[in-house]
Design a protein around this ligand. Structure first.
Ligand SMILES: [Zn+2]
Length: 405
């Protein structure tokens, strides 16, 4: 009898102790708000909106869910389209765009905020222990394009490269300029176009406006004068009046090459800087030099650079591109036109022979023929020229323009 009494006492005491301990643990839990992780988005800390934390009392026998809520209004302003956001693999990200379209992602993401306006972002985290956390915040997007112009004060004869970044996919882009810019090529969130400052461009300021989805970005290009060479020389009448210098030869040249100027590859085909098309040559005529021939008082201008070197020296494609023309003409001899994309072309004259054909894709540095003296030429040399449409540009600027490779 005494044994039973003792046993009952032990049970009662144990129950009381368990109850007291459980109450102690429970009251501790209800008083302490746990440290719930926060996220970082665009440099801002995002605290939770609500969190349900699961506790396990008595070694897991009693699960206890506690929900914590915070009434937070987190608003982030950004001008960047792409935002990388890292969350746990099991998290869901739900984005409501300004047009109310909803997108859902799982795990870490690079998020693209294509349109301006207010986005709502919700993140739902669930961990293996059953803890759930929810984060809600808004992101106000006002995308600003990043525009890089290779030179705001270019020389006559320079080619300007204009790169756009942080733009929407399939943006509507237009260029307002009297300087005859190239077409624009766009890939995802970047775009590029050229402005050729041909040698006859007067040295003064020119406005350039880039319109991207109705947002206007305005610049002034301050064109500086280039010190072109002046040369005085005589050419024998038989050469001037010979077949290579005849009106028929000029007409043949125009008919063959002028239509090429309007054929433009919409994609950028070049890679890095342009290279010299011949190695070890002497420059015998500079770009756009003023030529006073046989005492003439009005100069003719030289459209490219002449590289004088032994006939038979290899000639290389100055950059990668598409061969548009490879044939012989009375005036320019063996002639090659290579389109590098967006209408930027390099041109090679007077070659001895040709090792490529129209329609070939060539790589930078690929052999295209050899130096010769075919056509209207008085000695072994390569005439090398660069242009967009009929806007001749100085090849010397192309050698330094793009970073390698
Ligand atoms: Zn020349």
């Amino acid at each position: 009898m005494k044994t039973i009494k003792n046993l009952v006492s032990i049970l009662v005491v144990s129950a009381l102790l368990t109850g007291a301990f459980t109450y102690y643990e429970y009251s501790k839990i209800t008083q302490i708000v746990p440290q719930i992780k926060s996220y970082t988005f665009s440099g801002e800390s995002i605290s939770y909106s609500s969190a349900t934390i699961r506790y396990h009392l008595l070694g897991g026998l009693i699960p206890l869910d506690r929900t914590y809520t915070q009434d937070l209004q987190i608003k982030i302003t950004t001008d960047q389209i792409l935002q990388s956001f890292s969350v746990s693999d099991t998290s869901r990200i739900i984005i409501t765009a300004p047009d109310q379209q909803i997108q859902t992602f799982t795990g870490s993401q690079e998020l693209a905020f294509e349109d301006d306006g207010e986005y709502t972002i919700e993140i739902e985290d669930t961990d293996p222990d059953g803890n759930q956390t929810r984060y809600v915040f808004t992101v106000v997007v006002d995308n600003v394009a990043e525009i890089t112009i290779s030179n705001l004060a270019p020389f006559q004869g320079e080619l300007l490269v204009i790169d756009l970044a942080n733009i929407q996919r399939n943006s509507t882009i237009s260029i307002e300029s009297t300087l005859l810019p190239s077409i624009v090529t766009q890939q995802d969130h970047t775009a590029r176009f050229y402005v050729p400052i041909q040698y006859r461009t007067s040295a003064k300021a020119y406005p350039l406006t880039i319109v991207i989805n109705e947002k206007r970005y305005e610049y002034n290009l301050d064109v500086k004068p280039f010190d072109f060479d002046k040369v005085y020389f005589t050419v024998d009448d038989d050469i001037i009046n010979g077949p290579a210098g005849s009106p028929e030869a000029a007409a043949q040249f125009r008919n063959a090459t002028y239509p090429l100027l309007d054929i433009v590859e919409p994609e950028d085909l070049h890679t890095g800087s342009f290279i010299l098309p011949v190695e070890g040559a002497r420059v015998s005529s500079t770009f756009a030099e003023m030529r006073y021939i046989n005492g003439s008082t009005t100069p003719s201008r030289h459209g490219g650079i002449d590289y004088a070197i032994t006939c038979g020296t290899p000639v290389y494609a100055s950059n990668s591109g598409l061969v548009q023309y490879a044939d012989i003409l009375d005036m320019t001899g063996n002639t090659v036109y290579i389109e590098h994309g967006l209408g930027l072309k390099t041109v090679y004259y007077h070659m001895l022979d040709l090792t490529i054909e129209a329609g070939d894709r060539v790589e930078k540095g690929q052999l295209i023929g050899h130096v010769g003296t075919t056509g209207f030429s008085t000695g072994c040399h390569l005439h090398f020229q660069a242009m967009i449409k009929n806007q001749l540009i100085n090849p010397d600027f192309l050698y330094q323009l793009f970073s390698n490779p």
